[in-house]
Design a protein around this ligand. Structure first.
Ligand SMILES: Cc1cc2nc3c(=O)[nH]c(=O)nc-3n(C[C@H](O)[C@H](O)[C@H](O)COP(=O)(O)O)c2cc1C
Length: 199
């Protein structure tokens, strides 16, 4: 399978995303195939980006999980506009813009309890992005939670998912002699308009 040009006969951009994502997963030895870069903006207008893992995607959007007290969550609380970037070392880039909102508690609970026990403990023990004076402080919090919850671990209220609802996708694919191809899908009501751009 090859993608010399972007097939803009496809009407929903999530289909192109899905093809490229699956192609990358099959053709690259990726440790974290679902990794993406999420950009948010803080209340001073300062952008920042970090890698997160996309746990689900559909025409409705892209779901990731995090700590609701973290800086990224505070940014989203203040400004729901985000950008998401996937880059695959196959000459392919997917830029997404949209808005983020929390998923329901039911969805977060279901995902939290599908994770291995150790991951549940680690997310519960982490005060994500707060200063950690000594590494042992973290291990201590982990041990305490292990003893406190010998069976089921409750999902912390400050941990859960967001869904990124996309309004714009841009697909970029490397072409020979730098004749690259770029196509933008912009959401207009329930439909998507398509525009090819100079690279
Ligand atoms: C491969 C990889 C995957 C990551 N996945 C997540 C994730 O799914 N959720 C998350 O909160 N942080 C994840 N992180 C950590 C974030 O990049 C970041 O350090 C953390 O969320 C704190 O970000 P913040 O201070 O901007 O809120 C991941 C980091 C890497 C390198």
């Amino acid at each position: 399978m090859d993608f010399p040009k972007i097939d803009e006969s496809i009407s929903h951009p999530i289909e192109i995303f899905s093809q490229w994502f699956n192609y990358a997963k099959e053709n690259l030895s990726l440790l974290e195939p679902t990794a993406a870069t999420l950009a948010t903006v803080d209340s001073d207008g300062q952008p920042s980006c970090r890698v997160i893992l996309i746990k689900e995607f559909s025409p409705e959007g892209f779901v990731f999980y995090t700590n609701y007290d973290s800086p990224k969550a505070q940014d989203i609380q203040n400004n729901k506009n985000i950008a998401l970037l996937f880059y695959y070392d196959l000459g392919r880039q997917i830029r997404i813009q949209g808005t983020a909102k929390k998923v329901s508690d039911t969805i977060s609970d279901k995902y939290f309890h599908s994770r291995p026990r150790a991951s549940q403990i680690a997310s519960s023990a982490s005060l994500q992005s707060q200063p950690l004076n000594a590494y042992e402080d973290f291990s201590k919090r982990v041990s305490e939670l292990e003893s406190k919850y010998p069976d089921k671990i409750p999902r912390p209220e400050n941990w859960g998912g967001y869904i990124i609802e996309p309004s714009r996708f841009e697909f970029w694919v490397r072409g020979e002699h730098r004749i690259h191809d770029r196509v933008v899908y912009q959401k207009k009501g329930d439909n998507w308009s398509k525009t090819r751009l100079y690279p």
